[in-house]
Design a protein around this ligand. Sequence first.
Ligand SMILES: Cc1cc2nc3c(=O)[nH]c(=O)nc-3n(C[C@H](O)[C@H](O)[C@H](O)COP(=O)(O)OP(=O)(O)OC[C@H]3O[C@@H](n4cnc5c(N)ncnc54)[C@H](O)[C@@H]3O)c2cc1C
Length: 546
Amino acid sequence: MPLAGPEKISMISDLNHFSIDKPLQDTLKYYLGKATGLEPLGEYIGKVVYELAYHVDRRGRPELIMWDLRGDRADIVWLDPMERRVVEDLMLVYGLNKAPFSDGSWHEHYAGINLVGDPGLACIFTITIQTAYALWKYAPEEIRGYYKNLAGIERPLMLGATWFTEIQGGSDLGANTTVAEYRNGKWWLTGYKYFASGAGIADIALVTARIPGSRPGAKGLSLFVVPRLRTDGSLNYYVRRLKDKSGTVAVPTGEVELVNSEAYLVGDADKGIYYTLEDLMVSRLSNSAGAVGISRKAYLEAYHYALHRKAFGKRIIDHRLVQRDLLEMELLTLESLVITHKAVDLFEKSTDQRPPYNQDYHYARLVTHIAKNLTAMNAARVTMLAMELFGGLGFLSEYMIERWHREALITPIWEGTSNIQALDMLEAIHRKRAHEPLLRETTELAKESYSKETSQSALNHIKETLTTMAEMTPEQVEFNAKYLLEDLGHAYTILLLENMAEKLTKPVYHHVASLVQKSLLARKPLPDPGTTVLEEIITMQGALPL
Ligand SMILES: Cc1cc2nc3c(=O)[nH]c(=O)nc-3n(C[C@H](O)[C@H](O)[C@H](O)COP(=O)(O)OP(=O)(O)OC[C@H]3O[C@@H](n4cnc5c(N)ncnc54)[C@H](O)[C@@H]3O)c2cc1C
């Protein structure tokens, strides 16, 4: 009797998720100028990781174990053994977090996060690489070397975490009250972290705290590294409980109680908020890449389902409205992909920057806000349409597709909500003048584009948006900030797609850019591009032809 495999509940579980993803390959080639060789990872994702994420969500929820066999507090989180294995494989065999700290690129790391897709699983790698980045760049010599364990370069493998949010505010980090005191040559932290992903599995965590006498608000925060165990081997903090979440199940998120917890100061005490915001760029890019992965997997599930399901005497993919939905989903997914890797590219070029930073860094931050907002919005819409294409089955939790919509809904919330991205975009423009490099670069992009007309119109849109912002009162500009952020996202993406079409000599990216311009940017109905272009776009990811 054949064993029932994941193919019974998914349309794409056995495919190589990298080999089929031609747009991801094109995007990496566009930014890196070479192929990346992510096929083995794509194979492992399709064959093992995809099913594992589904299984953990339904049956393998992490559990908090508070007491050990001796009756002492343990506060460890049990992960499904298969999940533990997959985390180790992805880190040590496939080197998911390795590239940026060896001879590779951040693009490869984020392409890996995209392929993983599942935001719970991806979060484990994200909070670990965030910790590695802070250690590598700012930590004192006595603990700096651990970045290699967090990157999977050296064994034993270590996991990291980033705990900033407290009950009185996540957006408002300045409201943090966790205290750091210096006694007997060491730092000791006391406070309560309300959303702590990685609690119970992380070996070390980055934690914000306030040194008595420091400035009020966010500028008075310092950044610390807190190990799970004290130097004498005892437990360094307690995990009060795990959150019961509607998604992101693969990563345990707990409430952490710091009680005189041993800590190490990261960098200068008065620059903690700058290090924290820089580290948040690493996770916001991850959120963007993960949102692309969620969109892509939901799209592929829906596309393959539409090839098989029949209604009114023909396959649903042959119905015009279904083709239109698939077209919209693909446009949104491609937008998310190219803007994410643009932000990654700028981040990579600014990693040598330190506070007070130069304009390259602020520009990278601006484009990260644009990407975080656009990709999250797009993932929510793509997964909603994908569920609808599955009809009633789309609403059943026994199939893969329903989970993707639940998972998409975290992307506009954590790592700073979309509102916070919009406010930070205003800060980057008004206080750091980050729009100046944006204008310079988009002007250059427009010069080398497949369609000068489409590019010029997108460039004009960026200029008009910035002028409108300058002419509005502060109240008006804040009221419209999220709308303006979205506008910048669509317009910038059009320029990138046109540039890609020209450089890779692939006119299909021009067709995509032109449709984005006429519909998403213009906020008008999607025009019918004709059968040939439509088919070319909706089969771009290597799915079977119509
Ligand atoms: C599953 C999960 C895991 C998480 N893991 C972690 C983690 O590991 N570490 C960590 O530090 N945090 C973590 N978080 C916390 C997360 O980052 C915060 O929930 C998020 O940043 C929002 O903060 P908040 O929940 O306090 O919402 P609030 O700050 O209370 O915001 C509520 C609403 O008000 C809006 N708002 C707030 N201020 C403004 C403003 N000035 N203008 C306009 N709108 C505003 C927000 O956009 C939001 O819509 C996690 C959250 C979740 C759900």
